[in-house]
Design a protein around this ligand. Sequence first.
Ligand code: SF4
Ligand code: SF4
Length: 196
Amino acid sequence: MTIKIKVLKHPELTWYEKLYFPQIISGLLITIKHLIRFKPITIQYPEEVKELPERYRGIHVLPADDEGEIRCVACKLCEVACPTQAISIVAEPADDYGIERRPKVYNIDFMRCVFCGFCVEACPCDALRMGMKYELSSYNRAGLVHTKEVFFDPNVKSHAPRDNANFLYEMGKGEILDNPEEIDKVKELTGMYTES
Ligand code: SF4
Ligand code: SF4
């Protein structure tokens, strides 16, 4: 097999290009044009706060249910979905509240979190959302591990049924048999919050 080789010659500069001054002047004209039509693209933070897009993925929020209580049922699907293992949940029984479990501890380590949103996608009962806050600083490492007391926002409401998470949790333990009706229910539940 023959290989074709094409030799490219270095382009010769014309006498006009060799002067260089016209190029320097045209560059300066572009700079002057931008100076005259000056339009700032920076903002004076923190006096000015940037308006963020609706789907911005900021610091997480744990929404409340209709009674103003935390919506999460500690199914741990978000913990499993997290690629950086930033979430740690310890569950406790919540029979008094008519559900199987609720989180006793719900922490997110922001030294690990990459704000991918997988945890929110994994949640079957809309108990975790990406918020709009992005100011995240601390004088020590412990301050970057946020607890549920920090995330929980009673003003953010979720009306999604808790049964979704209980059902998927049972399914994850293998306690729900593989029959078409149950598969349809899983499809319905898992697809419910992916549409927006
Ligand atoms: S946003 Fe991504 S990295 Fe951060 S806690 Fe959720 S799944 Fe983990
Ligand atoms: S997936 Fe949702 S309900 Fe389950 S533990 Fe995470 S936030 Fe709570």
